[in-house]
Design a protein around this ligand. Structure first.
Ligand SMILES: [Zn+2]
Length: 180
C-alpha cells in the first residue's frame, strides 16, 4: 500500500473498492504466470490486450491500471529481474517504452510519464517472478477517468476502446520500430 501511496495517491479508493484483492487477481494467476501464458498464445493477442509482440518482448495493456493507458513491457523470458536478461532484450524494452510513449501521446496526450520496474514483492511487484516495465501516462493533477470511474466493467470497456485506438495508431506509424 505504501508504494501505491507514493506513486498513485488517487488509486487508494479504487484499491479499497476491490476489497484488498492482490495486485494481480487470483484468476490471472491460476494457470501460472499470465505473461508467459500470453507470450505462448499469440492467437489471442487482441483478447489479452497484447498491443505489440516482437521476437523478445510483449507490450500489453494493464487490466488493473494505475491510470488510463497504463502499459506493461514484458520480456519473453520468465526471469525475476534485469540480471536474467541479455543486452539485446534490455535494449529492446527501452525502445518499446519509447514507442509506447509515442503511441500514447497520439492517443491520449499525457502531460508526462512514469517508467518503472518493481523488482520483488517489497518493491510492489504484483508478479515478482516475471520482470516487466510499467509505462504510466500522467497528467497534471491526474484528473483522468480512473478518478471518477469505479465500475470495473466500465474500466474494461474503456481499456478495449483505447486498445483499438492504440492498434490503429500503431498501424499508421508502423510501431513498434524496434529492429528484429
Ligand atoms: Zn512468466
Amino acid at each position: 500500500m505504501q508504494n501505491d501511496n507514493l506513486w498513485a495517491p488517487w488509486r487508494i479508493g479504487y484499491l479499497q473498492s476491490l476489497e484488498k484483492e492482490p495486485p494481480i487477481p487470483a484468476k490471472e494467476m491460476e494457470e501460472g504466470c499470465f505473461l508467459c501464458r500470453y507470450w505462448n498464445d499469440p492467437a489471442h493477442d487482441a483478447e489479452n490486450l497484447v498491443l505489440w509482440r516482437t521476437s523478445r518482448a510483449l507490450v500489453l495493456m494493464n487490466r488493473f491500471p494505475y491510470t488510463g493507458g497504463h502499459l506493461l513491457i514484458a520480456p519473453a523470458d520468465h526471469v525475476a529481474d534485469l540480471h536474467g536478461l541479455g543486452p539485446a532484450t534490455l535494449l529492446e524494452m527501452i525502445l518499446l517504452a519509447r514507442d509506447a510513449q509515442t503511441a500514447l501521446t497520439e492517443a491520449i496526450a499525457p502531460q508526462g510519464f512514469n517508467l518503472g520496474i518493481n523488482i520483488r514483492r517489497c518493491a510492489g511487484a504484483g508478479l515478482p517472478g516475471h520482470v516487466h516495465l510499467h509505462v504510466v501516462p500522467r497528467w497534471d493533477g491526474d484528473t483522468n477517468f480512473m478518478t471518477t470511474v469505479s465500475h470495473v466493467r466500465v474500466i474494461s470497456q474503456a481499456l478495449e476502446e483505447l486498445f483499438g485506438q492504440l492498434a490503429e495508431i500503431s498501424r499508421k506509424h508502423n510501431l513498434p520500430t524496434v529492429p528484429e
